[in-house]
Design a binder for this molecule. Structure first.
Ligand code: SAH
Length: 383
């Protein structure tokens, strides 16, 4: 075992975990709050810079703990303002994080796993298979990095106002590690994000969705993508295990707990597969008496994909049918597709040399630290 494996990465811990850590060290529980502020509010991860801790405590911390964030590999900047960061996880896999600025807000789309085990047929991440769960530090580290980089170095950008678990992976299949990161996001002495500003998106892993409903109050988005079991099973194999009716039943439990809030239903528009008018009418029936708002997501293509995106007219006709039945329906605008940062395009790919050097130039422009870790080039596919 190496030294750092015996020590605790404090970035893994929420307020509860930090409190337990300090109690175990025979220190006062309020130290947890000091530590949360240093790391998450101020962005300080060097114990020596934590000036309200005594010298002795700092030395004790160095002996028992460390603070490690994912390393930066590259950043790409889309012409529409979207940015995609590629981080190296603690075993040198690639993690992708996408920043989407809008007029008065900015959303950070974070990853919860390296790869994904679910094998949804229209998703690029699925093609790389499942590698492993990210640790809490690797998940919250994405937010930590972007928030403090924006604050210190890219000041003209909107600060992060919203976080969505819509990057690589199925967050409910890494529930144990995702849960403390939600608590850090919501903690008023960390990122202080309200329940409406953090959204978990899931394909519907029902046992964990039940736990999620009991344990948290953040927003819920469900990848439905089909109006019946036959189509859903074809494009999302998880539907065999957790069919549509059961999924809707569980979602209803969420809406019963959170009166006046709506579940976001995600529906990818695949030409000729799930986008016809009769599908829209079928979806209306599925969502009958259920407080939902629908996001129609134009399919984002990737090399080797078996699907095409529905035409604009088809998407509009689909939207109109839902709206005519009083279902709030928006068509999600595709962002960052020139840098493969759009929904379902994240694949943990390592940039090729040209893109890497472009990323290098853009990082120099923003004076970001540039770390190009060549060991990651063994990771998934290199285009
Ligand atoms: N595992 C989670 C998060 C996945 S990514 C989930 O299933 O919800 C976030 C959203 O992007 C999901 O709704 C996902 O189904 C969708 N998506 C995946 N691939 C896509 C693609 N190629 N085009 C458009 N949306 C896609």
């Amino acid at each position: 075992m190496t030294d750092s494996q015996e020590k605790v990465n404090l970035l893994d811990l929420d307020r509860k975990g930090l409190t337990q850590f300090f109690i175990k060290m025979n220190e006062k529980p309020f130290r947890a709050q000091q530590m949360l502020r240093w790391i998450h509010q101020k962005g300080v991860i060097d114990f020596d810079e934590m000036t309200d801790l005594s010298h002795a405590l700092r030395e004790k911390l160095k002996a028992n703990a460390y603070i490690r964030t994912p390393g930066l590999l590259s950043m790409q900047h889309s012409k529409d303002g979207t940015r995609k960061w590629l981080f190296s996880s603690f075993n040198n896999s690639a993690i992708e994080t996408v920043y989407i600025p809008e007029k008065n807000r900015a959303t950070l789309c974070i990853s919860s796993q390296v790869g994904c085990a679910l094998n949804c047929k229209f998703c690029h991440t699925a093609q790389q298979g499942f590698q492993r769960n990210l640790t809490p530090a690797e998940i919250i580290g994405q937010l930590w990095y972007v928030v403090h980089t924006l604050r210190k170095e890219i000041e003209k950008e909107n600060p992060v106002t919203n976080v969505v678990f819509m990057g690589m992976g199925e967050p409910l299949l890494n529930y144990e590690n995702v849960l403390p990161t939600i608590s850090i996001m919501q903690d008023d002495i960390a990122y202080n994000l309200s329940k409406k500003r953090v959204t978990l998106s899931t394909s519907g892993v029902l046992p964990f969705l039940e736990k999620f409903i009991d344990d948290t109050d953040i927003a819920l988005a469900v990848s439905l993508h089909a109006p019946n079991d036959a189509i859903r099973t074809e494009i999302m194999p998880i539907n065999k295990k957790y069919p549509l009716a059961d999924l809707i039943k569980t979602c209803k439990r969420w809406t019963q707990k959170h009166k006046r809030r709506k579940v976001t239903i995600e529906y990818v528009m695949l030409a000729g597969i799930n986008d016809q008018k009769h599908h829209a009418h079928e979806l209306v029936k599925v969502l009958n008496n259920f407080p939902a708002k629908v996001n129609l997501i134009p399919f984002n293509p990737f090399a080797g994909a078996d699907y095409k995106c529905s035409s604009k007219e088809t998407i509009q006709a689909f939207q109109e049918i839902l709206m005519a039945h009083d279902i709030i329906t928006i068509v999600r605008r595709t962002r960052g597709d020139d840098i493969d940062a759009a929904c379902g395009q994240l694949a943990g790919r390592v940039l090729d040399r040209t893109k890497r050097s472009q990323a290098y130039q853009s990082m120099k422009q923003y004076q970001l630290p540039v770390v190009v870790n060549t060991t990651v080039s063994q990771e998934p596919t290199i285009n």
